[in-house]
Design a protein around this ligand. Sequence first.
Ligand code: ADP
Ligand code: ASP
Ligand code: MG
Length: 418
Amino acid sequence: MQVYKFGGASVKDAQSVRNVFSILEKTEKKDILIVISAMGKTTNALEEVVESYFKDKNSSEQSLQKVKDFHYTIIDELFKDKNHPVYWKIDGLFGEITSFIDRNKSPQHSFVYDQIVGFGELLSTTIISHYLNDKGIRNIWLDGRNLVRTNSNYREAEIDWEETKRNICDSIKPSLMYITQGFIGSDSNYFTTTLGREGSDYSAAIFAYCLQAESVTIWKDVAGVLNADPRYFKQTRLLEKIPYQEAIELAFYGASVIHPKTLQPLQKMEIPLNVRSFLNPEAKGSSVCKINELTPKIACYIRKQNQHLLSLSSLDFSFIGEENIGFIFNLLATYQIKVSLLQNSAISFNICIEDKFKNLHFLLEKLREKFKVECIENVILYTIRHSSNEDSFEFLDDQKEILLEQFALNTLQKIVRE
Ligand code: ADP
Ligand code: ASP
Ligand code: MG
């Protein structure tokens, strides 16, 4: 089987859904599992529903209305028959969100988040599955929550591989086409869980791993994996062939075209990952596979934002030794804060961190009990992979203040305040 993944940008409106149909129409194979994200910016819009729910339960109706309007506009364009069953299916899904909001008693933010935000993918796959079936591309819609089993670590759930594999292999028969959701799973109590923002690439890899798929193709709004994000860098070039190791590094440093967790399961099974453009489906794109060298071997530039730079030093000029470092990392793990870079000397310890769960102030409070702590919020981490001596950060203009530099293993990094 092959696994295809269509992200939010590729299904952002009715025209994009028609484009998905035309991509599938041209593929000869029918044994494809298609993983789809929420349409356009739906996940952000559902996050707003969650925020308004916690501010004032009654105000969430207004933000939910925006999500409804967006989806019904798309359905109205795609289905001419106003009695089409897709309408009552979508009405049903919105009804489930409303009844969850009315009945929920849990004060736990991450739990509520997953129960509401997970509907983005259920809506998109329901619409697209119906549309494709109507257009003659026969497919079976699967509820990914019955397949992807996770723990109850809401918003960043971890996979129970054994059970997930069993569920997937029991439900999917090669030779048919299936449509399912990215990003979501469920825990042992059948509550919806999510795998982390932008996690649908990872979902595609989970399905591919469990099915021992032939390949995964993720359809993006770019030509493939480029040597820099075209939103921030000019004159980017396509990376045609990328070793797994290299792709893992690029994703880790912040090349957001591939979710960082995607590569590990694929690499284990040696399943190639193709990154192709849904705007130019004839083009080959990039392939991440088992090879030794990046082709072409050129410097890659990565910009990672929403970082914070912490500089810690001991209160009494003593060394920051193993015990202290252990203490710091325990706190980071407790608050689910990720480290993007670190640099230490005898009495100082600098870490660049990413705080997805908004726990920075708790971390700072704890650290300040033991260390002198300086924190610069909202810095940007620039990385150049395969940097030769001639490479420079000439693209950083003089206005930008460089806070820290590091060069190791052909990788040059700068933390910058803009
Ligand atoms: P999806 O529609 O699957 O959610 P994303 O928006 O997450 O897709 O990923 C595509 C985007 O990734 C591109 O529009 C581009 O701006 C960004 N991007 C970041 N780094 C790179 C890179 N090295 N190569 C290509 N695109 C990149
Ligand atoms: N819809 C989710 C998000 O926007 C997952 C994904 O698109 O990959 O984060
Ligand atoms: Mg995305």
